[in-house]
Design a binder for this molecule. Sequence first.
Ligand code: NAG
Ligand code: NAG
Length: 401
Amino acid sequence: MWPECAGLVGALLLLQGIVPLVQDFFHLCNRALGDQVLEIRNESRCSPAALSMAQLNGGDHQKWRLDSKSRLVSKLGLEGPEGFCEALCLDVAGARDERGSAVIAYRQNEKDNQQWQLEAVATSSTIPGRCRVVKVISQMAGGRALTIESGDQMCRDAALEVHYLARWSDEAGLVRLQRVVWNGGTPKGIIMERLGKQLGKGTGADNKACVLQDIRNGDMSYTAAGAASSLMPVAHVLRRLHRDGYAFNDLHDGNILCCLDNNSYKVIDLGSVTLTGHWVSQLGTDYDGRWSTNRDWRVFGVAFLGLVCGGRQLNLWDLVGTNACTKMHTGAQCPWSAPVPAGDPCVLPADVSSLLVDSGMAWTHTERLNIVSALVAMFAPCINDDDICKKLGVLAGGADH
Ligand SMILES: *[C@@H]1O[C@H](CO)[C@@H](O)[C@H](O)[C@H]1NC(C)=O
Ligand SMILES: *[C@@H]1O[C@H](CO)[C@@H](O)[C@H](O)[C@H]1NC(C)=O
């Protein structure tokens, strides 16, 4: 389910400005959104109610107070039975202490999913009026901060993901869309085919169950040919996206999953797919289409290497980096992928080269040459998708189609 409006996420980036009003009530605004304030959408008196950001209009549905039980309570009364009046308060929907959980307005309870702490933030900028800048921190164990995400944007994102999954559904290396639950023209939930383990730890903890861990534990192993043919469908997905002018953007070994019925891999989560040139407008010309396709293949190269080198988990984030969308399980932001100048010769990163030398794998001379040749193509400053697929095809022992 996608929240209507406000989301609770791990990042503590968005700060709320608080304007004190008479009798402890204040407005909650967000510095990134100018003078808009948090309100109960459409002055709803029903519980649960959606929240939204709107222009200040003096209504009670825009005024909030921190009560003695640490709840952020609306001034807008809720008409209960016998005229009993109870106000709604900010509530983490379903008490889900997870990154990205929705926040709604709900009937008061005594639980920690309605308890918040205002943490003052030192600021050098001058803010008009009697404002304080604070983070609004949930009292649930995760200690996450309230931030604003547009429910409309989230619906658009979901619709886009459905669109991409359908558009590229003929690719064997892309997770199958099984069903979309619609709600008044917007997707409310997307149901995908079930897949097996993820290839590497991805954004998860070091001991995250994954194929690389199984290989390290001796529960499975890959020949170079086996790894190349298992990952071939994923390579075809990347080639297809790039051909159509798109990049995956946050590919990592945690969203490449093994199929249940065969030894083949598929990618999941097209939530970060953009046109290849998307980042230029945000980050400058170094982050052009070459940067994004380059990044997609470097990640693929690291995943491939993990399979062929005894399940070794390289540090993808140090080696490749990512974009602004990817966060670790701890909530920490993954580092940006550095652009590689187009004129640079293709040099494999030191970690990759040393792993090839030290892995102790019993490759034939030809196998070793073919592995290196495929990796060099994947780490090249200027990507040639067809060439990479061809080299993988050679390794897999057959021609690529
Ligand atoms: C709120 O009101 C607007 C127009 O007044 C309407 O279009 C919208 O559907 C309402 N939203 C909800 C959640 O009721
Ligand atoms: C592997 O199995 C999945 C179903 O789990 C199927 O969609 C996919 O096409 C199969 N891949 C190959 C290469 O046979």
